[in-house]
Design a protein around this ligand. Structure first.
Ligand SMILES: Nc1ncnc2c1ncn2[C@@H]1O[C@H](COP(=O)(O)OP(=O)(O)OP(=O)(O)O)[C@@H](O)[C@H]1O
Ligand SMILES: [Mg+2]
Length: 426
């Protein structure tokens, strides 16, 4: 089949890489793509949020299946637009994507369907929000309702910090419309795990679990980022907990969305936290995670395009979604200063050497100037290795990282460490 992939980050390079290895895929377009996807596919200079132009491209190039990487076009209704035009597209429609694009909807939805999550209140009024925040036993997590590219959440350490966040969101309008409503929620403690699932609106095929590393520095110190690395599987989600997450989170979510007239097709991402009081759902996302995609897709044995097509057509066979044994680790190499201000346009060396060492180097924020690869974003590369076990995959990923250099390059040195600690080997 002819496939169009929408997006341009590390997740999309991993998707393109996986689609390239799908026997059912004859040709692959990526819009707009990046220098990494250009090596797997044909990049077309159409923006990921330009829905009319994407639809025109799919028509002109007789695309059989469109796959959407990022959340923004899904929240804008790319699936609705393609379906109205009679084109096959994998992903939730705008109403189903609200599970991610509105945290107020998402929290209310979880409450209606008894999906375990933090206690919360939703507010548009600053004084009411502050009063609720102060009534909680610990300084709360404060979240803007709408999409904010990972920047709309403050897990406050003090009540004053929570109040300041609410002021920025509700009184100063720092997040625009996205911050007109907020969620204030009970702070939870525990290890986080991402459990994603393919779904056709009815049936669910869970992926291997993964653990992201959101904080910028080792030991989960410093501000949150888009994700400094990941590993899969995340064994802290034991087989028992995984079963519980499927039964108490993923299945009720898919059934609840269908029951509310928002049938969900595509990849559903559950962000879980394993608290002393059991599994709680921190959030849902309406697409693959970044960097979770980079560690989960290399372990997928099944043909990704076939699986996503089956989701889109409402005929997913969960038994067909098989996985390779082993582990996968991705270490993000970021620009110095990220997630704050950083410089771009710096030359990158050593990518080929890392690949010779057996790593898959996914491009996240790069651009080409002639044949010179330059930095072009906060997260620059995702150096990824697959191995028979986590220890080997960590070792090999860091060998790749050592081979690559650019001025100011920053990465965490402890990606996967929690997985080793869980296994009792660290
Ligand atoms: N109630 C909570 N208690 C403790 N930590 C929390 C809570 N809610 C969120 N967090 C922390 O903040 C992070 C981001 O929260 P959340 O997933 O809701 O935001 P997001 O912006 O939608 O994230 P993403 O970019 O992954 O989609 C979580 O991964 C977790 O580390
Ligand atoms: Mg989210």
């Amino acid at each position: 089949m002819r496939v169009l992939l929408v997006g341009s980050g590390g997740r999309e390079h991993a998707l393109a890489w996986s689609l390239r290895r799908s026997p059912s895929v004859d040709s692959l377009l990526v819009a707009p793509g990046n220098p990494g996807t250009a090596r797997e596919a044909e990049n077309v200079a159409v923006g990921a949020e330009d829905i009319p132009a994407l639809l025109a491209l799919a028509r002109e190039r007789s695309v059989d299946l469109t796959i959407v990487g990022p959340e923004a076009p899904l929240a804008l209704g790319i699936v609705d637009a393609f379906q109205e035009a009679g084109r096959t597209i994998a992903g939730p429609n705008r109403a189903a994507a609200e599970i991610e694009s509105s945290k107020v909807f998402s929290k209310g939805f979880m409450q209606r369907h008894a999906i375990p999550t933090a206690e919360y209140g939703a507010f548009t009024d600053y004084d009411e929000a502050v009063a609720f925040a102060r009534s909680l036993p610990l300084p709360p997590a404060v979240k803007v309702d709408g999409l904010a590219a990972g920047k709309g959440v403050v897990v406050s350490q003090t009540y004053a910090e929570a109040e300041a966040a609410l002021r920025h969101m509700l009184l100063e309008g720092q997040f625009g419309v996205a911050g007109r409503s907020v969620v204030v929620e009970e702070r939870l403690e525990g290890q986080e795990v991402s459990l994603l699932a393919f779904t056709d609106g009815e049936r669910v095929a869970p992926l291997v679990s993964a653990q992201d590393h959101k904080a910028v520095f080792d030991g989960d110190q410093g501000p949150n980022t888009g994700g400094m690395g990941a590993y899969a599987p995340a064994d802290v989600l034991t087989p028992e907990l995984r079963q519980q997450a499927i039964e108490c989170v993923l299945l009720p979510a898919v059934r609840g969305l269908a029951a509310e007239g928002r049938p969900y097709r595509g990849v559903l991402y559950a962000g879980l936290i394993l608290t002393p009081r059991g599994i709680k759902t921190l959030e849902f996302n309406c697409r693959f995670g970044d960097p979770e995609a980079q560690v989960v897709l290399p372990l997928l044995e099944a043909d990704l395009a076939e699986v996503l097509l089956a989701c889109a057509e409402g005929r997913l066979d969960p038994t067909s979604v098989n996985w390779r044994p082993g582990a996968c680790v991705c270490v993000a190499m970021a620009s110095g200063g990220y997630p704050g201000r950083y410089q771009t346009g710096l030359p990158i060396d050593g990518v080929e050497e890392a690949e010779r060492l057996g790593c898959q180097v996914f491009h996240a924020g790069t651009r080409l100037q002639g044949s010179r690869l330059l930095t072009a974003g906060g997260r620059v590369l995702g150096v990824t290795a697959t191995g028979p076990d986590l220890e080997t995959a960590i070792r090999d990923a860091y060998r790749g990282v050592q081979a690559i250099s650019f001025q100011g390059a920053h990465y965490r040195t402890d990606v996967g460490a929690k997985g080793l600690a869980f296994a009792g080997r660290a």
